[in-house]
Design a protein around this ligand. Structure first.
Ligand code: UD1
Length: 419
């Protein structure tokens, strides 16, 4: 099995460009289904989750092609309305296709996504919202049969939690529904605005994305369009943490600093000099990182849960004791056992991790438990003395486009090993 090998202790320096956002490209690819023509999407990262999305689109009858980071999807003729179980299992976020498939065909069959590595991830908010829009849902043998017999209609929807995926599914279903939809307590993440921007370019009428109330006036038809995916704020945070633990100094280009304010705050608290200008950020780390008393994950614009593992790995090498509180997912600390193999001193209790910083991390053989937990191991390995090998890297490849190439370009001693 292929692993990532790292010889730790090299100070990172230099400049890289950051990939397009994984969490934007997936809903935007789902949205191309609604366009009924050719959509051209630029800045698509090279990720296994993108490949899975293209497999789903092809299964549904779309013609898809890829050249460099540009993906073209022609959804002129749709021949299916189900998402095979194997593809649902490959990528839990394939649930975001639900609203788009129903919006296009009036029905959908998907398997129940069930649990995942972050603990239970229910989709009750997705389903109850679609029901309010005229969808009947029957659960049989682990499959969800969804039908909008009289077509989709607008609704006034109050989300009890501003779920990112549920907000996306409602937007997708509402874009071509009869009448208007209002989402109260909508998610405000930048990826929601990116999806709305794509759909508006295709002819939709979506107002208020980025705020907690989104209004969608259903239109009869959308058309193909061209769109560029926003930069990946979590990948950017990861590369900044990689530089910070090595006492490095790097410039990240092709990013949107306003999307990263809470993350930039965390790096500054650690004693890093962070200078943003336009679409780039320069980070210069001190020789010894400072602790951050408490970091709490919150919905946007709070500290992103996806950057939690990255922050915990970085704080493991800081001076003093830091606390991380995970408020979004129930079971997001599995990677911490792997991080402890490096010598990290972390105690967890429920949603709280207490991190006692140490300057004695040493290289180990470990395994990625999930996508961002895997990134945390890379960060620890860059800091550790000696060689580390990280297995199960398919988790990492779900979300990072060429992480080995990017870190090598910054001077890390990192490579693929095994077959
Ligand atoms: C998306 C992101 C993921 C990120 C998360 C939170 C994608 C592909 N994934 O995931 O990387 O970590 O947002 O920023 O964009 N919940 C329910 N019922 C529901 C839906 C969600 O209880 O119907 C709960 C979840 O269990 C979780 C919380 O709400 O505790 C947040 O989930 P949500 O915002 O929906 O995250 P995802 O869309 O799954």
């Amino acid at each position: 099995m292929t692993e990532i090998s790292v010889n730790g202790g090299k100070r990172l320096s230099g400049e890289i460009s950051v990939q397009g956002a994984k969490n934007s490209v997936l809903p935007v690819l789902a949205a191309t289904l609604l366009c009924g023509g050719e959509s051209v999407i630029h800045n698509c990262p090279e990720l296994s989750d993108v490949e899975t999305s293209l497999k789903i689109l092809r299964h549904l009858g779309c013609k898809c092609s890829k050249e460099g980071s540009t993906v073209t999807v022609d959804s002129g003729s749709i021949t299916a309305y189900d998402i095979p179980d194997s593809l649902m299992r490959e990528m839990r976020s394939s649930v975001v296709f639900l609203g788009a498939v129903i919006g296009r065909t009036g029905k959908a069959v998907i398997s129940s996504p069930g649990g995942c590595e972050l603990g239970p991830r229910p989709i009750d908010l997705h389903l109850s919202s679609l029901e309010q829009m005229g969808v009947t849902i029957q659960e049989e043998h682990g499959f969800l049969n969804c039908t909008a017999e009289k077509g989709l209609h607008g609704a006034e929807i109050h989300l009890s939690f501003p779920s990112v995926g549920a907000t996306e599914n409602i937007i997708l279903a509402a874009a071509t529904a009869e009448g208007s939809t209002v989402i109260h307590n909508a998610a405000k993440e930048p990826e929601i605005s990116d999806l709305a921007d794509f759909l508006n370019r295709a002819g939709a009428r979506i107002y208020g994305s980025g705020s907690d109330t989104i209004n969608i006036y259903g239109v009869k038809k959308l058309g193909g369009t061209e769109h560029t995916i926003i930069p990946d704020r979590i990948a950017a945070a990861t590369y900044m943490a990689c530089a910070a633990v090595t006492g490095g100094s790097v410039t990240l280009n092709s990013i949107m600093p306003p999307h990263m304010m809470s993350v930039l705050w965390c790096f500054k608290e650690c004693g890093c000099a962070v200078v943003s200008s336009g679409g780039s950020v320069r980070l210069t780390a001190p020789s010894k990182l400072r602790r951050v008393p408490t970091v709490r994950s919150l919905v946007y614009p709070g500290f992103p849960t996806d950057a939690g593992p990255v922050a915990v790995a970085m704080l493991s090498a800081a001076e003093g004791t830091s606390v991380f509180v995970e408020n979004i997912f129930e079971n997001r600390f599995r990677y911490i056992d792997e991080l402890k193999r490096f010598g990290a001193k972390i105690k967890t209790e429920g949603k709280i991790a207490v991190i006692e910083g140490t300057d004695r991390l040493s290289g180990v053989h470990c395994k990625a438990t999930d996508l961002r937990g895997g990134a945390a191991l890379v960060i620890a390995a860059l800091r550790a003395d000696g060689e580390s090998r990280i297995g199960e890297i398919h988790h990492i490849e779900r979300g990072y486009d060429d992480i080995v190439g990017n870190l090598s370009a910054l001077g890390a001693d990192i490579k693929y090993s095994g077959d």
